[in-house]
Design a protein around this ligand. Structure first.
Ligand SMILES: *Cc1c(COP(=O)(O)O)cnc(C)c1O
Length: 337
């Protein structure tokens, strides 16, 4: 089936990442057995899901002889932080467009962007969909100026990036076979949707029986479905696969966004705290906390019960914890867990 061997790729991630049981969490919730796929441990500049995407995206960048990589995101973008690190590792420069105004002090991902010497342009109050248009304009200007740039869309949401998650399903499938597991669901946070596109292709092509459940951290269900299907179409074309991804092939939960992107809900803060207390595990307040809040809620409202075994894909986001220290301190002090 899927041959990724023809695609340009650079080694950036430590793979395979562990697939670990979460016995104390599973017992506390009293529902399905939960397993953690530790893509927070991919290793590139503090880890996260973008390392798998960047192996193929930066492979393309290198093949096109680019000298400058341009991408964009929020100030606490994990994607921007890891792109800045990957660019340094490959001897390229990096230009980041970041939403909002320059803050008085830099923390978390932004601090690391600075450490990696990325050129930062703050673009003000711009939505994620407009940010991709702005990125194209900046790219064109840099190209005309002879900077030999390579453009990576917001979140690395492009076919080559998703190929990294098609390949991740092979890794998960090998691990579950070896461990004698047959999980039913694969929960993860979905933002720019490339991770979900790759996972859905992999799960269907390899006939894993795994249902991919994306928990939205910003868009409504319709927007996510359209993005996943578009990126999946581009990815199967890149891989030369004869496979269609349709709405029935994956699930989207859009009821856990709360007040918006990067605004932690009460459920998210509870999830961050619960995983810390039961498994000694760090979740982040923007992505993995909301995805875990959804999983916890699905168990509590009876939608997932014993026998519905779940793999939770930990997509990283660790530096974001330090950029939310006030919110998290308050959550720890007021928590009755
Ligand atoms: C980017 C990101 C996601 C979402 O992945 P997409 O491919 O953009 O949907 C989830 N979790 C973390 C920590 C991320 O940085």
């Amino acid at each position: 089936m899927v041959s990724l061997t023809g695609l340009p790729r650079v080694r950036l991630a430590s793979l395979p990442t562990p697939l670990e049981a979460a016995p104390r969490l599973s017992e506390t919730l009293g529902g399905p057995a939960i397993w953690l796929k530790r893509d927070d441990l991919t290793g590139l500049a503090m880890g996260g899901n973008k390392a798998r995407k960047l192996e193929f995206l930066m492979g393309e960048a290198r093949e096109s002889n680019a000298r400058l990589v341009i991408t964009a995101g929020g100030q606490q973008s994990n994607h921007c932080r890891m792109t800045a690190a990957a660019a340094r590792k490959l001897g390229m420069r990096c230009l980041l467009l970041l939403t909002g105004e320059p803050p008085a002090t830099a923390q978390g991902n932004l601090l690391l962007d600075m450490l990696f010497g990325a050129e930062l342009q703050f673009v003000g109050d711009v939505g994620f969909l407009e940010l991709d248009d702005l990125l194209k304009e900046v790219f064109e200007r840099q190209r005309r100026d002879g900077k030999e740039p390579f453009l990576i869309p917001v979140g690395g949401a492009a076919a080559a990036g998703s190929a990294g998650y098609v390949s991740a399903v092979r890794e998960i499938s090998d691990q579950t076979k070896e461990m004698g597991l047959s999980p039913h669901y694969l929960f993860h946070a979905t933002g720019s949707c490339g991770t979900q596109a790759g996972l859905t292709i992999g799960a269907k092509a390899l006939e894993t029986g795994l249902r991919v459940v994306g928990v939205s951290v910003r868009y409504d269900e319709r927007t996510i479905r359209d993005r996943v299907k578009r990126i999946a179409g581009e990815t199967t074309a890149l891989l030369g696969m004869d496979l269609q991804i349709a709405d029935e092939d994956f699930d989207v939960l859009d009821g856990y966004v709360g007040d918006g992107y990067a605004k932690p809900t009460a459920g998210c803060l509870e999830a961050v705290r619960l995983l810390a207390l039961t498994e000694g595990l760090i979740l982040d307040p923007t992505y993995t906390g909301k995805a875990m809040a959804a999983l916890i809620d699905q168990v509590r409202n009876g939608k997932l019960g014993p026998g519905d075994d779940v793999i939770f894909l930990h997509t990283g986001g660790t530096p974001g914890v330090f950029a939310s220290s006030e919110t998290l301190c308050r959550a720890c002090e007021s928590s009755d867990l």
